[in-house]
Design a protein around this ligand. Structure first.
Ligand SMILES: [Fe+2]
Ligand SMILES: [Fe+2]
Length: 200
């Protein structure tokens, strides 16, 4: 794969640091280098993975009301679930801000940021890498089965996706949290794919 765009990552890091709290910034750095490592493993563009990691939560520390205002202003579609839980918007809005505020226009990077919380059926490799890096980066401690999932991420990436999405759905059910339908759709798609691979 030819890398056509060079990014000033030092500048990106400094700028992103100013918009995030300390904990979120550390998480961001963890996601960036975990995504880069996964990109090495799966022969994906390392720099794109790192930039996607640096920017994936760039809208995370915004005020909920500001998020809704910004979405309405820029005609970003907001579902009823998102209107009730504006923090869910940080992925969509993050994709928008990556372009507007950070001048990153690579379609793959933007799409990976937009889809990093719920995934989507039939993801490309960069999208898978970012979703997984977000879940397994070294500062994450609380999720169950992390050891197994971290190992799986570097051996069978689609299997790791099924574990992550399944555990996410279980967690949201356990706290009776509202969830984006897409998380279930992505889980169903990759579970079916797993079964096909086992049976076929
Ligand atoms: Fe996020
Ligand atoms: Fe994140």
């Amino acid at each position: 794969m030819i890398n056509t765009e060079a990014y000033d990552k030092e500048k990106l890091r400094k700028k992103i640091k100013r918009s995030l709290d300390h904990r979120r910034y550390n998480h961001t750095l963890g996601v960036a280098y975990t995504a880069a490592a996964l990109a090495m493993r799966y022969n994906e563009d390392i720099e794109k993975a790192e930039v996607a990691g640096l920017l994936h939560d760039c809208a995370k520390c915004m005020d909920a009301e500001d998020m809704l205002v910004l979405c309405d202003k820029h005609r970003i579609n907001v579902t009823d679930v998102e209107r009730r839980n504006p923090f869910l918007l940080h992925a969509k809005l993050g994709g928008f801000m990556a372009m507007q505020t950070y001048n990153v226009n690579d379609k793959q990077i933007i799409s990976a940021i937009i889809n990093h919380t719920t995934g989507r059926p039939d993801m490309n490799m960069l999208e898978k890498i970012l979703l997984i890096a977000d879940y397994i980066e070294p500062n994450r401690m609380k999720a169950p089965r992390l050891k197994e999932i971290r190992h799986m991420a570097f051996s069978e990436i689609d299997k790791a996706l099924v574990l992550i999405l399944g555990d996410t759905l279980d967690y949201l059910n356990s706290i009776q949290g509202e969830k984006d339908d897409m998380t279930q759709k992505t889980f169903d798609y990759y579970s079916a794919l797993q079964k096909e691979n086992i049976n076929g």
